[in-house]
Design a protein around this ligand. Structure first.
Ligand code: CA
Ligand code: CA
Ligand code: CA
Length: 467
């Protein structure tokens, strides 16, 4: 497969910038860390109204609070209270005494753990009907006053129950119970310290800005490129003024413009990257509009339109280099004579010799227009999706060794595609970007996440910490 590596020249400079701006990223960390350690989605508070080591009934009371940025339907929430049954044959009965959302909206059922521990072999699972409504960001459920007892009304030994807290006579955060949100554990740890999902951490930006110099862009952790250098035409300019914001179809969008009159001095390109190098495993998504034709002027330039994650090449062929690209070349380039769409996963490369180690998958067809681009990285492989369909899967040899920045850019590989000196301008648009740390989402789940942010009126969130 042909894949010339000269566009890789951008990486050293991009990384130098990211490193230089590292302090900007770090300055934002305390807030992000606080958000992450609160559970990043839900917290569960617990108290008991039956404190005895033995009791006729166990009485766990709960409050669930939404600490995330999007509204949460309570029907997506499941709480588990873990206990050790005092007899292998004991059956239990659940009651709700009082709940702010109404006991009719609260469900309770009992389950058996497949991996029992000394203090847990059963659990009470509490759920909610659709009638329980939603929790807005920051809101809590109010009191949920529950109890359960043995069906034969024998005494319960609570002192050996994992989730029981005899001293918990007023509400407090209680990680000995777990909460799942749409199937993913977002609070607490299961008994036995089995594998649990990390707290949710996310970057979402709907690119709701006014102009390239809107101070919120930098405050939200983005850098618009100004420094010169590769990739692309030597001597070309990277211009923040070539990034603008508008709305189309009711959605805010970011425009990246590349303009030229056929000379290096007249070539102006655009790049926006996160200031912090803090993204590794998880889900990356963006809605991007590629263009097959210039906005104005003659067509034919070797334009590259992109969405990617990358870190710095510390030395030629360094193994801890990482890069994952969506790249569209509407007019060919890199030896291609017509439009071509790349997904590429990089192990490493040598900028001097051009040697490279990557896996790439191409489609030689038009990708003009809006596309939902998703790539996921976990411990096994890298998967690229276009418009909800799996486009390519790249192997474990190309997994990232360390964190990256997220970036969009549009640039020219060379000036041989169109030799006219008439002015022309090409445009790439971006509706939003989303990263969910350490979780592999389906394209449908990505759409639901974005929909939830918009339903909540939330245009930006960043709770991703470095590491
Ligand atoms: Ca017990
Ligand atoms: Ca690598
Ligand atoms: Ca948008």
């Amino acid at each position: 497969m042909r894949r010339t590596p000269h566009h890789r020249l951008r990486t050293a400079a991009a990384a130098a910038l990211a490193m230089a701006l590292g302090t900007v990223g770090l300055a934002t960390l305390p807030t992000a860390a606080n958000a992450a350690t609160t559970g990043g989605g839900l917290t569960v508070q617990y108290r008991t109204s039956a404190t005895g080591a033995t009791a006729s009934q166990t009485a766990p009371w709960f409050k669930v609070r939404n600490t995330g940025g999007a509204s949460v339907p309570l029907s997506d929430v499941k709480i588990r209270y873990y206990f050790k049954a005092d007899s292998a044959h004991a059956a239990h009965r659940f009651s709700c005494d009082w709940a702010v959302r109404g006991c009719a909206q609260v469900t309770g059922s009992f389950g058996t753990l497949t991996r029992p521990t000394a203090t847990a072999d059963r659990y009470l699972e509490v759920g909610f009907t659709a009638g329980a409504g939603s929790l807005a960001p920051g809101a809590d459920s109010g009191d949920i006053q529950l109890r359960f007892h043995r069906s034969d009304w024998q005494q319960l030994n609570q002192s050996d129950d994992h989730s029981f807290g005899a001293g918990q006579t007023s509400y407090g955060d209680w990680p000995k119970v777990t909460a799942r949100l749409a199937g993913t554990t977002v609070w607490g740890a299961e008994p036995g310290g089995g594998p649990t999902d990390p707290p949710r951490a996310a970057l979402f930006d709907d690119f709701d800005y006014t102009a390239h110099n809107d101070p919120r862009i930098a405050a939200n952790g983005w850098t618009l490129r100004t420094y010169s250098g590769g990739p692309g035409v030597p001597g070309a300019t990277w211009s923040p003024q070539n990034i603008s914001f508008t709305s189309t179809g009711g959605e805010t969008v970011m425009n990246l413009e590349t303009s030229t009159s056929g000379t290096a001095a007249s070539t102006r390109q655009a790049e926006i990257s996160t200031s912090a190098m803090k993204f590794r495993n998880g889900t990356y998504a963006a809605r991007v509009k590629f263009s097959d034709a210039p906005r104005s002027g003659p067509d034919g330039d070797h334009v590259v339109q992109t969405f990617f994650a990358i870190n710095d090449l510390k030395s030629p062929m360094a193994d801890d280099y990482s890069e994952y690209d969506f790249e569209y070349l509407p007019n060919g380039g890199w030896g291609e004579s017509a439009n071509i769409f790349f997904t590429t996963s990089w192990e490493t490369y040598d900028p001097d010799s051009g040697q490279s180690v990557n896996q790439h998958t191409v489609a030689r067809s038009s990708h003009g227009g809006w596309h939902d681009l998703v790539f996921t990285i976990d411990g096994d492989d890298i998967r690229y999706y276009v418009d909800g369909r799996l486009f390519s899967t790249h192997g474990a040899a190309y997994l990232p060794e360390r964190s990256m920045i997220i970036s969009f850019n549009q640039w020219l590989t060379d000036l041989t595609g169109q030799t006219s000196t008439a002015p022309r301008a090409y445009e790439q648009q971006v509706d939003y970007v989303l990263h969910i740390k350490d979780r592999v989402l389906t394209p449908e789940q990505v759409a639901a996440e974005v929909g939830a942010y918009r339903a909540a009126g939330r245009t930006f969130e960043d709770t991703v910490t470095a590491g």
